[in-house]
Design a protein around this ligand. Structure first.
Ligand SMILES: [Zn+2]
Length: 330
């Protein structure tokens, strides 16, 4: 009998300890659940020799917080690797580094953020924990620290700031980093690998997706698209969001912006109210795009910038501050 009592007491202790340990575990969140390519909704595609895209498939807003929203990039040189945009969480950033190790034994040397938005930079802690330098452009630190708080609980801004045109070398392989304007208030860069003609465009290109325009400058973005079409006319292109494309995808997006500007100029001559303007449905030719929830924001940005002419940096920042968190910084 005494043995049974001891056994029951022992079982109780074990059970209580187990329950206690479970209760002490950090709550499972998208931050710490290990990700797989399948669980993240990512597929790996080679753009050119040793240049890969991890292509996200999820719509926005995602129903599963563990899915990657943007695309990530990998460039393998002769002595090391550069990775681009480690997604929105540390777990997804870890997945990007793990994917590198399935492709090469070479070490990752550099990490580049194509701009400050949290879906591309929230995974930076995965780079920091590997003691890797993160590169970003212009005001990216200030923007991340002041704007990403709600979407990124562990903001880890780049500690190397790029201003102007930069070349990184991975052994014998040259990687060009170039500034362009339009999507994210002065933090946009592209990453280009000339020897294989592969362009990682960041969010300067949304392909088969309605773009995020919360702090874009539409006219500047149009000028950028015209330049990208000329400068990278023969490149395969990894967009920030959507499938791999080429100059036809750059041209399609240039047309998307032109259509938006045409609408907004029409509102100006017709005296359309903002309320009427932002109620317009997605045009038929873009009805197959993902991210449809972002379209009213596109109309609003176009109304402010083109119809009302409020396209200075201060007005765009004021508009950004009014954006709901759910659609901010994509
Ligand atoms: Zn994005």
């Amino acid at each position: 009998m005494k043995q049974l009592q001891q056994w029951i007491l022992g079982l109780l202790l074990v059970t209580l300890t187990a329950v206690g340990l479970i209760a002490l575990q950090p709550r499972a969140t998208a931050q710490n659940v290990p990700a797989t390519l399948a669980s993240a909704g990512l597929t790996v595609e080679e753009l050119g020799e040793g240049v890969y895209g991890l292509i996200a498939s999820v719509d926005f807003p995602p129903t599963d917080a563990g899915m990657a929203i943007c695309n990530g990039g990998i460039v393998i040189g002769s002595d090391g690797v550069l990775v681009v945009d480690p997604f929105q969480t540390e777990a997804l950033g870890d997945l990007l580094f793990e994917t590198v190790s399935t492709l090469t034994d070479l070490p990752v040397k550099y990490v580049v953020n194509t701009h400050y938005h949290a879906d591309h930079t929230g995974g930076n802690p995965a780079a920091a924990s590997r003691q890797l330098p993160i590169f970003g452009r212009g005001p990216i630190r200030e923007f991340m620290l002041s704007r990403n708080g709600e979407s990124d609980p562990n903001i880890t801004p780049p500690e190397v700031i790029i201003i102007g045109a930069w070349d990184l070398w991975l052994g014998e392989r040259q990687v060009q980093i170039r500034e362009f304007e339009g999507h994210s208030g002065g933090t946009d860069v592209i990453v280009y690998v000339p020897d294989t003609n592969a362009l990682i465009a960041g969010d300067l290109l949304f392909n088969d997706r309605i773009p995020y325009m919360g702090d874009s400058n539409i006219r500047a973005w149009q000028a950028t698209m015209a330049n990208l079409i000329v400068d990278y006319s023969a490149a395969l292109v990894l967009p920030g969001h959507g499938p791999v494309t080429d100059v036809t995808g750059l041209e399609r997006f240039k047309t998307y912006l032109a259509d938006l500007v045409d609408l907004a100029e029409g509102w100006k001559s017709a005296g359309t109210s903002q309320e009427e303007a932002i109620a317009i449905a997605v045009p038929e030719k873009y009805s197959g795009y993902l991210f449809q929830a972002l379209y009213p924001g596109n109309l609003e940005a176009a109304y402010n910038q083109i119809t009302l002419g409020q396209d200075d940096a201060a007005s765009i920042q004021q508009y950004l501050a009014t954006q709901p968190e759910a659609v901010k910084a994509l």
